[in-house]
Write a protein that binds this ligand. Sequence first.
Ligand SMILES: NC(=O)c1ccc[n+]([C@@H]2O[C@H](COP(=O)([O-])OP(=O)(O)OC[C@H]3O[C@@H](n4cnc5c(N)ncnc54)[C@H](O)[C@@H]3O)[C@@H](O)[C@H]2O)c1
Length: 434
Amino acid sequence: MASELIFRGHESQPVSDPYSPKPPKPWLSVARPIHYILREQRLIFVFVGIAIATLFFTVLPGGSSKPHGPIDESSYIPAELTQSRPQRSMYQNGHVATGFGINSVGKIPLGLKRKGLRIVVTGGAGFVGSHLVDRLMARGDSVIVVDNFFTGRKENLVHHFGNPRFELIRHDVVEPLLLEVDQIYHLACPASPVHYKHNPLHKTNVVGTLNMLGLAKRIGARFLLTSTSEVYGDPLQHPQVETYWGNVNPIGVRSCYDEGKRTAETLTMDYHRGAEVEVRIARIFNTYGPRMCIDDGRVVSNFVAQALRKEPLTVYGDGKQTRSFQFVSDLVEGLMRLMEGEHVGPFNLGNPGEFTMLELAQVVQETIDPNAKIEFKPNTEDDPHKRKPDISKAKELLGWEPKIALRKGLPMMVSDFRQRIFGDHKQDAAATSA
Ligand SMILES: NC(=O)c1ccc[n+]([C@@H]2O[C@H](COP(=O)([O-])OP(=O)(O)OC[C@H]3O[C@@H](n4cnc5c(N)ncnc54)[C@H](O)[C@@H]3O)[C@@H](O)[C@H]2O)c1
């Protein structure tokens, strides 16, 4: 039977639809939800909800249950297995793209209190470290200082003893250490030639830095290395820009420091590229201020101590070699901006004001004793002729530049030195004459 196709023709039939919808009223789509919210005091519930959420994020201790302080290795469970890791950053063209994790210090939403971080400062009992600790403690963070007291002193930190947010561990960073923290400032390393020549630093700079980078990797902490302007050696470029690779004697008496720090920078970048550790590198130029070691051979502390003791100021060579001197509070500000910011670096942190050794001696004479004599001695080996940071990068990307001029900073250091050199003697003298 042949199939029969029947054209019913309904497609083309005009359909008279009895239903014609009303034209839409645009204002109705807005008015309805508002009306809904206003009915039955629903608005109050909305406000109560916002208040509870604000309270929750303010009071909750950072959504982290990490123990604070040293932890028992046997009970240690890798952070990766127990919690989501803080967001990592990737190094791209010298910039870091970060997310908004524990460590990414973005803007804190209005109304939410900043959560204190847990921070380890290696070398925190030293000159720079102790000032950094003061600032972190003042900001409300919890700080663990790790120091072997090679050049550091407990006196630099004694004012924090008893504070529950502060801990001090005697430990040499060449040995591994397990801690749970959000950030690691790695400063441990003597910075003065007198000390590092007697205790060659390749181990501290290489093994110590490796240990701290390993820790940062394991716990997902952000890591900041305090490198040095010494990585530029006796520079052939002036002032020194971060892109300059330096002119370092690899076998000289200073090389354990210079090359040690260069290796530390290499390790830091390797961990960043290879293990995605969030890192920051600061290249610090000569820094001075209260709590410097008195007899550490660094030029500012030398001159100040000599002038106070009425000894001649020792100038090595012809005194025409230049240095720039940054006050310690400026450096600490720069280090914190670097740690909190989004750029890996390296960044020069120093004061571009340049002084010859003779000019520095003159400022010390003006500040302490106009009659102080100057004594010339032969220059030390590998002493760089010029040193002056180009800080354009830090200015642009960290919004940082030093604020304290030498003539303003020096008197603050002098009063600290005076107290440490003569403090007891003055009291003794007063007691004897009474
Ligand atoms: N002060 C400067 O002018 C200057 C310049 C360039 C770089 N830096 C760098 O800044 C950091 C701090 O310098 P500073 O001037 O405060 O020096 P510092 O000598 O006063 O402090 C260094 C601290 O590290 C500790 N330390 C040394 N070796 C250690 C180890 N193996 N384990 C644990 N702790 C150890 C010391 O006891 C001391 O407390 C150093 O890394 C230094 O290289 C400083």
